[in-house]
Design a binder for this molecule. Sequence first.
Ligand SMILES: [Zn+2]
Length: 444
Amino acid sequence: MDSSLLLKGGTVLTMNRKREVLKGDVLVRDGAIAAVGRNLEAPGGQAERVINAEGCCVLPGFVQTHVHLCQTLFRGVVEDVGLGKWLDRIWKLEAAHDERSMYCSAMVGCCELLRSGTTCVLDMGSVHHTDEVFRALLESGIRAIGGKAMMDSGDAVPAGLRESTRESLEESLRLHSQWHGAGEGRIGYALAPRFMESCSEELLRRVSENAGELDLLVHSHSSETRDEVAACKAQRGLTPPAYLNSVGLAAGNVVLAHCVHLELDDLRILSETGTKVSHCPSSNLKLSSGIADIGGIVRAGVKISLGCDGAACNNNLDMLLEMRLASLLQSYLNRDDFPWASLFLEAATIRGAEALGKSQEIGSIEPGKRADIITVDLSSPHTLCGEDCEPSSRLVFSARGSDVQTVVVNGRVLLEEGRLVFTDEERLLAKSSEELAKLLARCQ
Ligand SMILES: [Zn+2]
């Protein structure tokens, strides 16, 4: 890491409390943001490294609160089916992972995320080989909270993923002790019961207890499809959020992906308990799950953030695309005058950080926070705008992941001039294609 870094001459979207936007510089020292303002210089003269940000928007790196890096290799493998059939196939593919394919899947995902400006993720792994996901997270330099998927129940779960309650908890706790706090605190652990239909009640109650004792996040799915809601009511007598609440898993440290099909009482539960919702609109459309009414969810006082879910159901991990789709859907659905682009830019930065309990550390460009910063080039034909154009709408509606020029995590420049510094991408992609072919052969 360079001990001082100066990002010079950009339009800085601070995402601070006042949402200040200013033309100027950002100075980074020892991995943290030291100053934001005009004509900054490193104390004692020139910064060790200067990056020209003219023509660029400088903003906090995106925080995605729901991804599955274990599925990156499965992009395009299972298409044109709804969630039920998709999950059947994806689970068999996940069960066929070995250590090498899992590492490649996670590393390719990290490359895609960082290239398109995501600097922090909440990841749900598969049941096995989670050490390989953490190894890729650590090596890539991205900030992440990960956790193995916990699956001790359910007829549809293939033998290769099915585990006992005891095994699921023991492996989770082993991974926690191995990886939580790794990379100088850049890596964290979250307990990740997959969803109600693949988890016993005992497992969910133990997850709630362990998360409380160890002060951990819980990462799960809820209310993704009408079928899931109906199954939960039939099997456990409650909607998924009400059921999760009954086992101690509706709380401020819980992040639930999707929440497409919520009833009025679900909104009350999520709001009163401070449970966080991760909105994944691409995945919800592609798997025919539905469209979450984010207007209604936000009006009920529920905190939302954003995630691309997995490359197997999106098929991108590009947060700019996800913000654009989210904004377009809500503009149509809610039909009111509301700045959706601003709301989803907040969801993608400071709200995402809040959902992960990290808003003291990341999510905005403010002195004292860790230096997770991106620059987005806005000087292309497709981003040319009038002077008065709101930077948030310019970013959300016009920019693309490929416009991201520089990516800094924890003060370390990971993407510069189109090159990722932590891997030989050409070799990684070739190796990943080989590993995918072997995995598919194992699935025959
Ligand atoms: Zn998911």
